[in-house]
Every structure is written in structure tokens, then in C-alpha cells.
Design a protein around this ligand. Structure first.
Ligand code: ADP
Ligand code: MG
Length: 346
């Protein structure tokens, strides 16, 4: 009997798999300005206006754990992670659709709570909920949200526009959401071993908040508009600073030189990393779920970026042949790996 070929999806990795599945789809319409390969697709709607569309799924047990994720927060976060992809194109999100698959484990009251979070995010970010789909699942909760945004054709920030000499900028701080997750996981394990143990979350509101209630950087997009600054490239940080840096460098065919001391890591994150015996910089580079914006600007825009209260210049775009490197506080230069960087002195 002839053996059919079976390739494990893990052999390609997430991004390899997406490339494999989509490489044979070319754009048939001139209005498709950007298809697969950025934070959102970009559609030309005429008069220098574009529409940005992105979609993201959240799966119980993979992206969230209802043991410590309150449903209201889950609703809020599900919206935020989608809006973040629209902001990452330098666009303004206006509408979302939401589809859910639920098992009979969920009550109307539980879903009300989830939608309370959705409503809160829609109100805060000025978004209309315009549709979706409701279906059942055997077990587990599945959420898919699509977001629609608008922007100007000549102001869209793709992943592929970074040029040698550009400054690499990052909003906010890194590693917090990952460390918040470590605390929640630790407390869950303790609770499972002894349900009399009360969770010890009191002093870690910042880190836990970064994990349970992230915000998308709407303010940065507004500030960019105010000073009339268009990033040469931009991406949102969902998978970790290192991974997003690799996407920008790959799409733009450039390298990057990052200053370790310029990466903003809050003191709470630094202390907690040490408590978990983790390297704070590795947490910042590989942690993920910070939902900050990583972008590049022309060097001539340096004075403008200095006006931003919560943006740091963390490095410079270099030649592709010079790779993606980190200049450590100790004065060493190490290559950054896609999955982040581990403090390892040979
Ligand atoms: P992000 O992390 O910004 O949400 P992803 O890594 O999920 O982006 O996706 C990268 C790109 O690949 C996007 O353009 C997305 O629309 C596209 N993509 C992801 N999965 C698929 C798929 N199964 N089929 C077609 N396109 C996909
Ligand atoms: Mg993204």
C-alpha cells in the first residue's frame, strides 16, 4: 500500500506554516495594497484613504486560563489585542466583529460578564461592535475578533519600510505581562496543591494588570499624528520584542543594533524576574503580550520623537549583513535570537 506523506506542522513553525499555506495566493485586485504578512491587511478605498483589517483568535487553554482570567478582563483583552494590530499600521480602529464558540459549561451570566469587558473596551477605544457569530463547541471557549480601521494611504506604517540609519523606537515597557503570567501560574499551582492557600497577588498589581488588562497604544498613534511623524516601519509587540524586531528586519531586509540599557523594564518586572531566577532582559526580549509599539523613524525626526513622554530610542537600523545585535550594559555585543536572547557568556 502506498504511504501518504505526513509532515508534522511543527516542522515549519507558525510563520513557516503561514508562508507555506499562503504563498500561492497572489492579489487579484489592485485595491489589495497589502495581503498576508503584516499586522493588518490594507485595502485601498480611494481618495488617499485605506481600510485596515485584522483578525485574531483566543483559545481557552492556549491563550487564556479561566482559572485566573476573569471573563470581564478576557472580553476587554480580546478586543485590545485586535485593536493593537490596527494601531500598528498607523491606522484608527472603528469597528469589530466577534465570533464565539461555547460549550454548555457557560451560563448566560458568564457570557454577560464577558460582554461587559467587550463593551468597556468598545467605549474606551470608541469602537462599534457590528456583528459576529455564535456557535457551540464540545469543550472550551473559542473567541475570534476581526477589527476594521481607517487611515491615510501615504501614512500607513508597514513592516517593510525600515532603512539603514533609521532610529528604532519602542513605546512603554517590556517583560511585565510575561512576569504577571508567571505569578498567576505560580499561584494557580499553589491553589491546586492546597485550596486553603490564598493567592498572594496583593503587591503585584502592576505586573498582573499588564497580563490581565493590557491596553493598546492608541495614544502613540494620536501623538504621531499630532507632530506629523510617520514611522518608516511599525509592528505591535505581541510575541516579544526580539521576535517583532526579526519581523521588521526580515521584511525590510535590514539588521538592527539594540542598546540593552535603553530597553525600558519597570522596576517591578526587574525584581520579579530575579525572584523567578530569570534574566530581566530575556523576559523583555522574549516575554510577549506587552502590546507596545515597536517602530523605526528617519534620523531627521529625532527632535519630534523626543517630545513623546513614553517612547524610547532603543537602537539603530543597520545593514542586513551586520545582523541583529544587542549591545549589553556590560559592553559586549551579542546576536539576538528570534526567540529572544539568553544571557550566556562563553
Ligand atoms: P499578528 O501577530 O500581528 O496578529 P500573525 O503572526 O498572526 O500577526 O499573522 C501574520 C500574517 O499572516 C498576517 O498578515 C495574517 O493575516 C496572516 N495569517 C495568519 N494565519 C493565516 C492563515 N491561516 N491564512 C492566511 N493568512 C494568515
Ligand atoms: Mg501584530
Amino acid at each position: 500500500m502506498e504511504q501518504t506523506k505526513r509532515t508534522d506542522v511543527n516542522t515549519l513553525g507558525e510563520f513557516g506554516l503561514i508562508e507555506h499555506l499562503t504563498s500561492q495566493f497572489d492579489a487579484k485586485h489592485a485595491t489589495t495594497l497589502k495581503g498576508v504578512g503584516d499586522d493588518a491587511a490594507i485595502i485601498d478605498i480611494g481618495n488617499n484613504q485605506i481600510m485596515a483589517i485584522s483578525t485574531d483568535s483566543l483559545v481557552e487553554g492556549i491563550h487564556f486560563d479561566l482559572a485566573y482570567m476573569p471573563l470581564k478582563h478576557l472580553g476587554y483583552k480580546s478586543v485590545v489585542v485586535n485593536l493593537s494590530d490596527i494601531f500598528a499600521m498607523n491606522c484608527v480602529p472603528k469597528q469589530i466583529t466577534i465570533s464565539i464558540a461555547i460549550s454548555n459549561r457557560f451560563s448566560v451570566e458568564a457570557l454577560d460578564e464577558f460582554y461587559e469587558g467587550i463593551k468597556k473596551a468598545c467605549d474606551f477605544y470608541n469602537i462599534d461592535l457590528i456583528g459576529g457569530d455564535t456557535t457551540s463547541s464540545n469543550k472550551g471557549f473559542f473567541i475570534n475578533i476581526s477589527a476594521i480601521g481607517f487611515g491615510q494611504k501615504d501614512k500607513v506604517a508597514y513592516r517593510n519600510g525600515a532603512k539603514k540609519g533609521d532610529l528604532i523606537c519602542a513605546s512603554g515597557d517590556f517583560g511585565g505581562a510575561y512576569l504577571g503570567l508567571q505569578i498567576l501560574e505560580r499561584e494557580k499551582q499553589l491553589y491546586l496543591s492546597d485550596s486553603n492557600i490564598k493567592p498572594d497577588l496583593e503587591e503585584q498589581t502592576y505586573l498582573i494588570g499588564r497580563q490581565l488588562k493590557p491596553e493598546a497604544r492608541k495614544d502613540i498613534i494620536e501623538q504621531l499624528d499630532q507632530v506629523n511623524l510617520v514611522p518608516t516601519s511599525m509592528i505591535d509587540v505581541s510575541d516579544g520584542l526580539a521576535s517583532e524586531l526579526f519581523h521588521i528586519c526580515k521584511e525590510s531586509s535590514v539588521g538592527a543594533f539594540i542598546e540593552e540599557k535603553a530597553i525600558n523594564i519597570q522596576i517591578e518586572a526587574q525584581m520579579m524576574a530575579l525572584k523567578f531566577k530569570l534574566d530581566p532582559v530575556t523576559c523583555a526580549l522574549s516575554g510577549g503580550e506587552d502590546y507596545e509599539l515597536l517602530f523605526t523613524i528617519a534620523p531627521s525626526d529625532i527632535e519630534k520623537i523626543k517630545l513623546f513622554p513614553d517612547v524610547a530610542i532603543i537602537g539603530e537600523v543597520v545593514d542586513k549583513k551586520d545582523g541583529i545585535k544587542l549591545h549589553t550594559t556590560g559592553g559586549n555585543i551579542h546576536p539576538i535570537r528570534a526567540q529572544g536572547w539568553v544571557h550566556f557568556e562563553p
